[in-house]
Design a protein around this ligand. Structure first.
Ligand code: NAD
Length: 426
C-alpha cells in the first residue's frame, strides 16, 4: 500500500478528493509498479489559485476565487472542464483533475488531466457580469493554458458561450485566433459538430453496452431515471428516448419529476429551454432529488454532481444498473454496498468519456483546420466508447474486479508505463 497523502488540506470539501484517492488506492495495489511511482501519481502536478475582481452592473467590485489544477501531463497536454458552482473548492478541482487523467488514459487519448472552476453561482450574475467574470478568469489563466499545454472545456455551470468568451480573450491577448485553446465552443468559431451531445450520447452507448451483457434487448421495457437535466442529463435523456428507452424520471437542482408511463423528453427539453428549469412541468409527479435516486427503475443515471449515492441511500436504490454521467457521484462506501447487492456500476471515467473523446476530435480539427461531418464524429465516438467499454471489461475479467476498479487499473497502468518509459527528470 502506498503512503498516505500528506499535502495540506486547504479547504472544507474533502469528499470528492477522498473518493478519488480511495478509488486510486483500491486499483493501484493490483499493479506491479514501484511505491514511489504510485505516490507520484497521487499528486496533482500543478495547482493554480487566482483571486480577481468583477465589476457588477451596479458599479460595485466583487472578488471571486478560481482554480486550475493540472493533475498529470505525462500522456500529453492536460485537458479538463471549467466549473462554475458555489461548491467549487481546491479539493473538488483536484479530484476532478485526477479523474480526467484516468479518463483520458482509459479512452486512449493523448492527454493528461486537468480541471478548473470559479466559486460562483452563475445564475446570480447578469449576462454582462458572467461575460466579465469569464474574460477576467480566462486572462488570469493565461500563464497556465495553451493549445499545447492545457485545454479547458465546459463543465457544470458553463457552456459553449463561456468557451467562446475564453477563446476570444486568449486570442485577443496573443493577437491572433486560437480556436484550439478550448473545446466545447460554438461550431461557428471552430467547435465540433456533435460536441454538445457527445457526453450524453456516450453515456447511452455505455448503458446499451451494459444492457447487452444483461441480455436486456427490449429497449421499451427498460425504465431509466436521470438525475440532472443539464448538458449531460438532457442529452442522455434525448438519446435514450431516441433509442426507444422509457425515461420515467428526471431532475434538476430544484427537484424531480416522475412518470411511470414515460416522460415526453422532447416536451421536457422544450419546457426547460423556455422556463430555465424543470419547476412547474405538469406531466408527472413531483419528487425530491433524494426520492428520485430511489425510484423504481432499471437504470439510474446520476448526471448532476459528485457524492450523490452514499452509505445512507445506497441500500434503497432500486436500479440494477447505474451509469455514471456525472463525475464521482458514488462514494466508496456506497460503491461497496451496491457491489454487494449485485448492482452493476458503469463508472464515470468510462461512462462519461464521450465528452472528452469529442473534445479530442475538436482539438485535432482545430489544429489541422480541417473539419469532419457529424456522421463521422458520431461513428468515431461510438467506436471509441465501445472499444473503451470492452477494454474495461477485459481488465475486469483479468483481475477479477468490478468495472470501476478495472477502469482505474487500465488507466493508471497506461500512465505509469508512460511515466517509466519517459524516466524521471532530471
Ligand atoms: P450542467 O451545468 O449543464 O447541468 C447540471 C445539472 O445538474 C443541472 O440540471 C442542475 O440543475 C443539476 N444539479 C446541480 N446540482 C444538483 C443537485 N444537487 N441535485 C440534483 N441536480 C443538480 O452540467 P453538466 O455539464 O451536465 O455536468 C453534469 C455532470 O457531468 C458533472 O459531474 C460534470 O463534471 C459531468 N461531466 C460533464 C461533461 C460535459 O461534457 N459537460 C463531461 C463529462 C462529465
Amino acid at each position: 500500500m502506498v503512503a498516505a497523502y500528506n499535502m495540506p488540506i486547504q479547504t472544507h470539501n474533502t469528499n470528492a478528493y477522498d473518493t478519488a484517492l480511495a478509488q486510486f488506492d483500491r486499483a493501484v495495489r493490483y499493479l506491479p509498479i514501484p511505491d514511489g511511482v504510485a505516490e507520484f501519481l497521487r499528486y496533482p502536478r500543478r495547482e493554480f489559485t487566482v483571486n480577481f475582481p468583477v465589476k457588477r452592473d451596479d458599479g460595485n467590485l466583487e472578488m471571486f476565487t478560481g482554480y486550475r489544477v493540472h493533475h498529470s501531463t505525462i500522456l500529453g497536454p492536460s485537458k479538463g472542464g471549467i466549473r462554475y458552482s458555489l461548491a467549487v473548492d481546491m479539493n473538488e478541482i483536484r479530484a476532478l483533475a485526477m479523474w480526467m487523467s484516468w479518463k483520458c488514459a482509459l479512452a486512449g487519448l493523448p492527454f493528461g488531466g486537468a480541471k478548473g472552476g470559479v466559486v460562483v453561482d452563475p445564475r446570480t450574475l447578469s449576462p454582462h457580469e458572467l461575460e466579465a467574470l469569464t474574460r477576467r478568469f480566462a486572462a488570469e489563466l493565461i500563464p497556465v493554458i495553451s493549445p499545447h499545454a492545457d485545454i479547458p472545456a465546459p463543465d457544470m455551470g458553463t457552456n459553449a458561450q463561456t468557451m467562446a468568451w475564453m477563446m476570444d480573450t486568449y486570442s485577443m491577448t496573443v493577437g491572433y485566433s486560437v480556436p484550439a485553446i478550448v473545446t466545447g465552443k460554438p461550431v461557428n468559431i471552430g467547435g465540433s459538430l456533435g460536441r454538445n451531445e457527445a457526453t450524453g450520447h456516450g453515456v447511452i452507448t455505455a448503458m446499451t453496452e451494459a444492457l447487452k451483457r444483461k441480455n436486456s434487448s427490449d429497449a421499451g421495457s427498460v425504465r431509466v431515471v436521470i438525475q440532472g437535466f443539464g448538458n449531460v442529463g438532457s442529452n442522455a435523456a434525448a438519446r435514450a428516448a431516441e433509442l426507444g428507452f422509457t425515461v420515467v424520471g428526471a431532475s434538476d437542482v430544484f427537484g424531480g419529476i416522475y412518470n411511470p408511463n414515460g416522460l415526453d423528453i422532447r416536451a421536457l427539453q422544450a419546457y426547460v429551454a423556455d422556463s430555465g428549469d424543470l419547476r412547474g412541468y405538469a406531466e408527472g409527479e413531483l419528487v425530491t432529488n433524494e426520492e428520485l435516486l430511489t425510484l423504481p427503475c432499471d437504470v439510474l443515471i446520476p448526471a448532476a454532481m459528485e457524492g450523490q449515492l452514499t452509505r445512507e441511500n445506497a441500500n434503497k436504490v432500486k436500479a440494477s444498473l447505474i451509469v455514471e454521467g456525472a463525475n464521482g457521484p458514488t462514494t466508496p462506501e456506497a460503491d461497496d454496498i451496491l457491489n454487494d447487492r449485485g448492482v452493476t456500476i458503469v463508472p464515470d471515467i468510462l461512462a462519461n468519456a464521450g465528452g472528452v473523446i469529442v473534445s479530442y476530435f475538436e482539438w485535432v480539427q482545430d489544429l489541422q483546420a480541417f473539419f469532419w461531418d457529424e456522421d463521422e464524429i458520431f461513428r468515431q465516438l461510438n467506436r471509441a466508447m465501445i472499444r473503451t467499454y470492452e477494454a474495461t471489461e477485459r481488465t475486469a475479467e483479468e483481475y477479477d474486479v468490478n468495472l470501476r476498479t478495472a477502469a482505474q487499473i487500465f488507466a493508471i497502468k497506461r500512465v505509469a508505463d508512460a511515466l517509466m518509459t519517459r524516466g524521471f527528470y532530471p
